[in-house]
Design a protein around this ligand. Structure first.
Ligand code: DOR
Length: 445
């Protein structure tokens, strides 16, 4: 049996921060106590001055495998995730082939088992015509369902109203949705094409993929969930207006309708398009500074439940196209925690709240077993961070396969020192060790 003792870190867990020792035996945490006597069988990490967090569970990533591996793949992106303190992820179905059948789902599990550096599971994609596949899902194997209620990369729009209601009624799984109203976007885009031809300025992205497009779609999804009793999770909110659709009157365990924000919508605003161009083109679009402020407020008062990344790499060549050509999305897993810790330093959120939203809550939301907390009996998925060091994103320390970052040049007021996956130190001060013994996420349901 391997034993690892992490000494005297400041643990951030379940709403509290306190100094303690953590003993790990094989893959799991066996004790959390103020002092644990070391013995000769234990490997020791002296973590005095560092903060120990549960590894992040990112419930929204696009790792592009199979089919789009010129942009990214499971190995490259999961390593970048681990370097960024993310120890488990849920990956999205808009790959090629799409993850819309049991066979395609199994293929992804097999690939991750072979190559992933972090624990994994996948969302099963819903389409206009795979209701039978959805009904047949093994809910002990599949994290949840993903529906694109607005089109984005991968052509997975579900726009048949009857099918949509049927899907909402047919699954006990949480249904994660991308909400942007297609018709509103098409109308806005046509107007802009008329005005600018092919030369639509990138600043028009949030005018085309507008607040109205977001609200129309997310309010429809919420109404349908209320009508059918489905468990709905609205991904990547980007507007102040949508926040009225979500409440904070219940603990997360009892909420059927939940909301998420992504790091880029908390960090960037429309003032950044002139400098960053298509590198901050996302769907939904980054909107106004006032929207960003409202998202922080809703995160802090619990109308928003989860922080994720929507890590969605495209190559630099693809991003170099004009507004109409450049695809939406960008790499984020390596720098999300750093950006959030930087925001802690700026007083935008507390460390305890960050851990609740990025570690505990994704586990609650998707019924993930034995992860997301620093607790005896739980897997030792942990990240040690130094809040007294800085980290600058440079071209040579970017790990995503696409080789660029929307954070290029940014110095964060924090640094990820070590990441443990299932008790194994997978990343340490810029270096990777052996691939950790990763697992498919299991569910308590
Ligand atoms: O910006 C985005 N890119 N939003 C999405 O919903 C999809 C993603 C992608 O897959 O490229």
């Amino acid at each position: 049996m391997s034993k690892l003792l992490i000494q005297q870190a400041t643990l951030v867990n379940e709403g509290k921060s306190f100094v303690a020792d953590v003993l790990i035996e094989d893959e799991k945490i066996s004790a959390v106590e103020s002092r644990i006597s070391p013995d000769s069988t234990m490997e020791i990490i002296d973590a005095t001055g560092l903060h120990l967090l549960p590894g992040l569970i990112d419930d929204q990533v696009h790792f592009r495998e199979p089919g789009l591996t010129h942009k990214a793949d499971i190995e490259s992106e999961s390593k970048a995730a681990v370097a960024g303190g993310i120890t488990s992820y849920l990956e999205m179905p808009n790959t090629n082939p799409q993850t819309t059948s049991a066979a395609a789902f199994q293929d992804k599990l097999d690939r991750a088992d072979e190559k992933s550096w972090a624990n994994y599971n996948f969302l099963f994609g819903g389409t206009n015509d795979n209701i039978e596949e959805i009904r047949a899902i093994d809910i002990h194997k599949v994290a949840g369902l993903k529906l694109f209620l607005g089109s984005s990369t991968g052509n997975m729009l579900v726009d048949d109203e009857e099918v949509l209601e049927e899907v909402f009624r047919s699954t006990p799984l949480r249904i994660a949705v991308h909400c942007e109203d297609e018709q509103t976007i098409r109308t806005n885009l046509a107007q802009h094409k008329e005005q600018y031809g092919d030369a639509i300025p990138i600043e028009k992205h949030p005018v085309i993929r507008s607040e109205e497009a977001c609200y129309k779609s997310s309010s429809k999804a919420v109404a349908l969930a209320q009508k059918t009793g489905a468990r709905l999770h609205v991904f990547h909110l980007s507007t102040a207006k949508e926040l009225a659709l979500f409440s904070n009157d219940k603990p997360l365990q009892d909420k059927k309708i939940t909301a998420e924000v992504c790091v880029h919508h908390l960090w960037f605003s429309d003032e950044d398009y002139s400098q960053k161009g298509t590198h901050i083109k996302w769907n939904p679009a980054v909107k106004k500074a006032s929207d960003r402020d409202a998202l922080w407020e809703a995160l802090n008062d619990d109308r928003i439940d989860v922080i994720a990344t929507d890590h969605a790499p495209h190559t630099l060549e693809e991003k170099a196209g004009n507004y109409l050509q450049a695809p939406s999305g960008g790499p984020l897993v390596q720098h999300a925690l750093l950006a959030l810790l930087h925001s802690v330093k700026q007083g935008k959120i507390t460390l305890e709240k960050l851990v609740q939203k990025a570690c505990h809550n994704p586990a609650i939301l998707f019924d993930i077993a034995q992860r997301g907390y620093i607790r005896p009996g739980y897997y030792a998925d942990l990240v040690l961070v130094d809040l007294n060091k800085t980290y600058t994103v440079t071209p040579d320390n970017i790990l995503a396969k696409c080789g660029w970052s929307p954070f290029l040049g940014q110095t964060f007021d924090a640094c990820v020192e070590h990441t443990l996956v299932n008790g194994h130190v997978a990343y340490s001060k810029g270096d990777f060790t052996q691939r950790p013994p990763v697992k498919a996420l299991n569910f308590d349901r």
